[in-house]
Design a protein around this ligand. Sequence first.
Ligand SMILES: O=C1CCCN[C@@H]1CCCn1cnc2ccccc2c1=O
Length: 484
Amino acid sequence: QVITKSELIEYYDISGCYILRPWAYSIWEMVQRYVDDRIKGMGVQNVYFPMFVSNAALEKEKTHITDFAPEVAWVTRSGRSDLAEPIAIRPTSETVMYPSFAKWIQSYRDLPLKVNQWNNVVRWEFKHPQPFLRTREFLWHEGHTAFATREEAEVEVMEILAMYEYVYENLMAVPVIKGRKTEKEKFAGGDYTTTVEVYIGASGRAIQGATSHHLGQNFSQMFDIVFEDPATGEKRHVHQNSWAITTRSIGVMVMVHGDDKGLVLPPRLAAHQLVLVPCGLTVRTTEEAKRALLDKCNSLAAELRACGLRVHADLREHYSPGWKFNHWELKGVPVRIEVGPRDMAAKQVVAAIRYSGEKRTLPEEGLAASLQALLDSVQSEMFARAKAEQDARLSVCPDLASLCAALDKQHLILAPFCGDPDCEDLIKKDSARNAIVEEGVPSMGAKSLCIPFNQPDEIGPDTKCVHSHCGRKPQFYTLFGRSY
Ligand SMILES: O=C1CCCN[C@@H]1CCCn1cnc2ccccc2c1=O
């Protein structure tokens, strides 16, 4: 209800596809603007590759394409005539881009190659679609880079991950847990996957927020992307990375901050940080008093805009202040400013803070500065509140029983883990069986989310793997939880 009543999304007659309305698209634009500036500062250049992939190109990456094959959408016809060869619609662009990388990279002087594209991709998922979180078409950016050495590539993987952490924590006020995916959960085409994971308090589940993969030389071997080593003259395969954040991030922010009155937008991403509503106009208000109030609202809005604040003055005559209060609360505007004739006379305004519900009277004097300070404190308090909830729902569990008990409390679990995919399958199966069934719906088992870079403790010599039957030595604490 929130995503339609707040005018983020409109539904569409093709399953898994949704319309991003201005209120949602403006959030994506803010994310895009920040990420685009950051990656350009890292020497990445934007490009645009075709959305169509030939069967031959797609097949080139047969290693991991197999488990993704069912999701690939194909064009088989134009008009009434069949195509000679079916053409795939890109689900991601490795196979589209890397044949060109092989042409463009001959010498070490052609390195590093760093390109990115802002585009849409199509994955014909069969799981239950959800706006933002699981859609058959979504917007993202995909960065694809190539280096002469592994070390250079590995530095970039972490720089990009830090950028995604900033997008979530500093723009969206959403705390993340950074780490590396386990062997089972990583992108099979790469060497390793790093990720930012987000805890969704409302559902007690975690969701992947963005990824930065180190591909190693897997793709350069498949696509023969080689350069001549100046020292030895021999041909060397490049070391590659690829990374992405998608419009799923909008859904994550909606879920983390939303409340029973609707959206709650963090000030740094809100298209309107402030909405100005004239109040106290009654049938008895004289024409010139009304005119004076509307002029006041316009001049306040202009003054605040001049100070860089994103202000919207809602001066519509045929809606009551109460209606407007509800409308903008539903859309999650961080601060509403109420101005009535009495406020005008007292040279003050009333600020209503969306995320806390608090109301505060502010003098007109220095209003822009006090509102900027207020918005900054809203941003940091929204983060602090989400962080406190995430930390309160994080348990360190030594064994399966305590892991299942923590799952039932909608916690995420940090557990000593051997890292073995078979053991991970067992943990998922056994934690699903033991967990209490809620309202007849079998609750899903725990998946591994990441191996946090920030480990809670050393793995002691006599520490056991969380699934004691496996008998293998635990290697690291791994974050487990129900996930999307
Ligand atoms: O995440 C990223 C970051 C951006 C570039 N691509 C990588 C890895 C994508 C993994 N993936 C994900 N779904 C797929 C679906 C169909 C075919 C292929 C794939 C596929 O390769």
